[in-house]
Write a protein that binds this ligand. Structure first.
Ligand code: ADP
Ligand code: ASP
Ligand code: MG
Length: 449
């Protein structure tokens, strides 16, 4: 019998004592909730990333660490005294200090991962204590015992076999006894070093653990009551979606809808685990169910925006009527483990964008050695300050008149690149950053309002 619900609470959901208390009520309401995954308290990962980038002014470094300490001790101050939890937080803060200094000597993504993972460790210790203080029997669990990954720090790949094995051995027996609270975002490699899954990775952790313990339901509790037709922060007229298919939601996540980490739905799809997305602060408002199949499959479903794109254009007259040029380009990119996102070609040039979800965020850079290798084949132009707008829908290639509506709405904007046709489910284009939100709003008005 494994009637388990896995519940993940994001950064704003565990931002402070009041927010955490709402999460406790959500857990209390559903007695099948046995595994809880928490992100770091809101803002903490950003502060840790700042430290990992190297803050060499001791005063500034101390100011950042004090801010981190304050966020956590403010919550503890509102809970019954627990010297052991306080000691844990002090120990983690000491570790943050040590790591912030060592990153100055030898900057490394390995140290960065150990540093940024401290946010999740602190929030999960405190949240376990809060649950127990509210008479919800809970225990802390270090996810690194189960969430095994490779050693690709900053964007580690999970080892599904080991995760399943350790979840059976270590996690399921504990979940049968009480609520288990663990960390999102982080894992460990075969040597036990801390790794991370990339920014926003707690959603993915929750889905991996739901898959591994064969959960019945995965809940993603965040700061909005479900998935909307676009980010409600961009378009105030965004409409809530009550039910959406795995495929549609994956496309949204993949194309930048921040509500879900891009890889979140893969584990859920593999095990056909329904996913609920709702607001931890207002659970009564309902939310979105993501299932294998949704009852409705509208032509236009949603709009997603992903900024910080890097567009590379490769131009060579040798491409004209030749073969093998693209193969050479992709060989170079593959050798350097560079993942390509969008691509479009013309007679003598090819434009592509670089994939980006690593822990340090920001626009992905084309490493100098890759640029040099490509320059032996062609002229290389790199553009930044570009955003990707994706329109997600169903059977878009089979509809008449849809394109006229889309491009009519965009007549006043400069579209840098358009990708359409590889899938019936999306139409993507690149715009300049300064126009991107207006493009989303204009399209939303035309297609969804
Ligand atoms: P968490 O910290 O809980 O993981 P995130 O900030 O990562 O939360 O994701 C929630 C945010 O995602 C929302 O506040 C909203 O601004 C944004 N968002 C982007 N696209 C959408 C969408 N289509 N529907 C709802 N929210 C969206
Ligand atoms: N705390 C991590 C981040 O801010 C992971 C997450 O919240 O999902 O990216
Ligand atoms: Mg998130």
């Amino acid at each position: 019998m494994n009637a388990f619900t896995v519940a993940k609470f994001g950064g704003t959901s565990v931002a402070d004592h009041a927010a955490m208390s709402h999460c406790a009520s959500v857990i209390e309401e559903n007695k099948t909730t046995r595994l809880v995954i928490v992100s770091a308290c809101s803002g903490v990962t950003n502060l840790l990333v700042e430290l990992s980038n190297g803050v060499d002014c001791p005063l500034m470094q101390q100011t950042i660490i004090s801010k981190i300490a304050e966020i956590h001790f403010d919550i503890l101050a509102r809970l019954p005294d627990a010297p052991d939890v306080k000691n844990q937080i002090h120990a983690i803060l000491d570790q943050i200090k040590t790591l912030s200094i060592s990153v100055l000597d030898v900057p490394s993504s390995k140290i960065t991962d150990s540093l940024v993972a401290c946010g999740e460790l602190m929030s999960s210790h405190i949240f376990t204590h809060l649950l127990n203080a509210q008479a919800i029997k809970a225990r802390f669990f270090d996810v690194r015992q189960v969430l095994k990954t490779d050693a690709n720090y900053g964007k580690a790949t999970p080892n599904l076999e080991l995760i399943s094995q350790y979840a059976q051995e270590l996690l399921i027996p504990l979940c049968k006894e009480q609520v288990v609270v663990t960390q999102g975002f982080m894992g460990s490699d075969s040597l036990g070093n801390t790794t991370t899954l990339g920014r926003g990775g707690s959603d993915y952790s929750a889905a991996l653990l739901a898959e591994a313990i064969q959960a019945d339901i995965l809940e993603i509790w965040t700061d909005v009551p479900g998935i909307y037709s676009t980010d409600p922060r961009i378009a105030s007229q965004a409409k809530p979606i009550s039910e959406i298919s795995f495929n549609e939601a994956s496309e949204m996540a993949n194309f930048g809808a921040k509500i879900l980490h891009p890889a979140t739905l893969l584990p859920a799809m593999r095990r056909n685990i329904p996913v609920f997305v709702g607001s931890s602060q207002a659970p009564k408002l309902g939310g979105t169910w993501i299932r294998h199949q949704a009852q409705a499959s509208p032509l236009f479903r949603a709009l997603a925006l992903r900024c910080n794109q890097t567009l590379i254009t490769l131009t060579s007259l040798n491409m004209l009527h030749a073969y093998g040029f693209l193969a050479n380009v992709f060989n170079i990119l593959a050798e350097h483990k560079i993942s390509v996102d969008l691509i479009t070609t013309s007679e003598v040039s090819v434009s592509l964008t670089l994939d980006q979800t690593n822990t340090c965020g920001g626009a992905p850079m084309l490493p100098k050695e890759v640029e040099k290798a490509l320059e032996k084949l062609c002229r290389v132009t790199v553009e930044q300050d570009i955003c990707l707008v994706a329109l997600i829908g169903n059977k878009m290639g089979e509809s008449r008149g849809g394109a006229a509506k889309i491009f009519g709405a965009l007549k006043d904007y400069n579209l840098r690149m358009i990708c359409y046709g590889a899938s019936n489910h999306n139409l993507c284009f690149l715009t300049h950053t300064n126009e991107a939100k207006d493009v989303v709003r204009a399209l939303h008005k035309e297609l969804f309002e």
